[in-house]
Design a binder for this molecule. Sequence first.
Ligand code: WQD
Length: 320
Amino acid sequence: MKVLVIGGAGYIGSHVVRELLDESYSVTVFDNLSSGLRINLQPEAAFIHGDIMRPEQLAAAMEGHDAIIHLAAFKAAGESMIRPEKYALNNLNGTINILNAATAAGVRRIVFSSSAAVYGEPEYLPIDEKHPTRPENFYGFTKLEIERVMDWYDRLRGLRFAALRYFNAAGYDRRGRVRGLEQNPANLLPVIMEVAAGTREKLLVFGNDYDTPDGTGVRDYIHVSDLARAHTAALRTIDERDESLVVNLGSESGLSVMEIVEAARRITGEPIAAEITDRRPGDPAKLVASAATARELLSWSARESDVDSLVETSWSVYRR
Ligand code: WQD
């Protein structure tokens, strides 16, 4: 099977490409390298330097492919509240360009990187796919809208999609084959790694007065290689069942900010300065996924999302 991975030079995309290649798929990466990195391109995959805002480039890229994995998007939830136009154009219009190019070319299978951001403030835990969807930022809204458009394309054009709602992606390929570092990261793990590596002075811990065991925020961190594995499982499942899916991807266990900081201090041997500051607006105390649907439909569950795997695989990249 030949798979076009749009956004395949990004952090999650390059791990998905690795997994596809390891499973003997033939892979083409399509990426504009706006945040994706050349260093993330895997030698066995073909590469098209293209942009999802250019329909003619997408139309040419579809040629000879059986399925698409689409991970090309802006993903900074905070920025999406200040620059919604950027997110509307690229995440919404860009995806519609992809869907139109795919259906015109007869490509009717797509795996889409959605997000736990579609749920907003949790009403109950763990969060399953039936949880109300009330995104609290524009980024999450774009992901939810795309799911709805894909649902109509399923009905009207026979498109079969898997919308994978990622919780907090973290970690790196255990074998060191992905080495790109995100520029100006805001997510917790890369920030901690920059402090450990000495390129950032300290971690700001956004609040220690939450209703959680140690007062710091709890999230469901999922190892990026576990995430990647779910994409090949999703391709198989939409094929076998000939129906579309919406699936959470999480580890089903919560880690607090300070639990990760302590693991990072132990594993790196570095002091990792951490200063408690105010809560970050919009941050819920705790988010944990139910992965029951993924288990049932994809025969998938997390294998390497324990805190030591997340930190060790990240550190092996950052220490260089
Ligand atoms: C994790 C925890 C912070 C940085 C975001 C997006 C979401 C998704 C994933 C998708 C929280 C705390 C963090 C820091 C800290 N994006 N923290 N100091 O906010 O759960 O999710 O990324 O594509 O849509 O909102 O992830 O890594 O920013 O934060 O104390 O410098 O770490 O408060 O408890 P978040 P995060």
